[in-house]
Ligand binder design. Structure first.
Ligand code: ATP
Length: 238
């Protein structure tokens, strides 16, 4: 089997005495969309933060195309192509849409490449082109989420980590965000998606993992997990 884009083995991490991750194993292959689902407090956000090295893992390995990320500074993890869109769409409210995108390209030196990435992001999100000069803070919640994802795409990431992109958005807007993530797969972007909306996430994902109190308890294709009675009962409200 080829080297996965991302592989976690036996990852432990926490906050002082709180052990949020207790040996997480997961892998994301090239071009895959992998979902991580689970209840509040299961450790989903911590898993993404451990990958980004925002929270330092205390044990285990996190490999990006075979190279361990554990212990690297956060900016180096980004430079290697791990782009994290945190929960709550932290865009720059006082910068325009275009300036927000330019900030996403802080690692890109050539102006020409920045312009071509902006064009590519506008191709994915035509709405952002229309709002190019508008201040980020005046966009709707869904538009801000698109801007946050667009900004992450400015460095052409090896893997995109998306934390709860549907949080606080109306159902119709959630659908649009999920459509966009599906279109990223068509472009070959590799995605690890954290979601509480298990139904939408499993429909979209090639594969998924279920996290419960810091360990993976189930894994399978999105389709298989959607049909699994344990998932239907615990996460789909049936
Ligand atoms: P949610 O969907 O609510 O964001 P989650 O699955 O992402 O949940 P985490 O946020 O990773 O879960 O939390 C895992 C555990 O770590 C929980 O017990 C939580 O209370 C704890 N935790 C998270 N952040 C911190 C923090 N900054 N300080 C202390 N404990 C934390």
């Amino acid at each position: 089997m080829s080297v996965p884009v991302l592989e976690l083995s036996g990852v432990h991490a926490g906050y002082g005495p709180i052990r949020a991750l207790k040996g997480v194993d997961l892998r994301v292959g090239e071009g895959e969309i992998v979902a991580l689902i689970g209840c509040n407090g299961a450790g989903k956000t911590t898993t993404l933060m451990a990958i980004s090295q925002v929270v330092a893992p205390t044990a285990g390995a996190i490999r990006l195309r075979g190279a361990d990320l554990v212990g690297l500074p956060v900016h180096e993890v980004v430079a290697r192509g791990v782009c994290h869109v945190p929960e709550g769409r932290r865009i720059f409210p006082r910068l325009t849409v275009r300036e927000n995108l330019e900030m996403g390209a802080f690692l890109v030196r050539e102006r020409g490449r920045i312009e071509s990435r902006i064009e590519e992001v506008f191709g994915i999100f035509p709405l952002l082109r229309e709002r190019e000069g508008q201040l980020g803070g005046t966009l709707s919640g869904g538009e801000q989420q698109m801007l946050a994802i667009g900004r992450a795409l400015m460095i052409d990431p090896a893997i995109l980590l998306l934390d709860e992109p549907s949080l606080g958005l109306a159902p119709l807007v959630v659908r649009r965000i999920f459509d966009v993530v599906a279109s990223l797969r068509d472009r070959g972007t590799t995605v690890l998606l954290v979601e509480q909306n298990a139904n939408m996430a499993l429909r979209l994902a090639d594969r998924a993992y279920v996290l419960e109190t810091g360990v993976v308890t189930l894994e399978g294709t999105g389709k298989a997990l959607l049909a699994d009675p344990r998932i239907r009962e615990a996460y789909l409200g049936e």
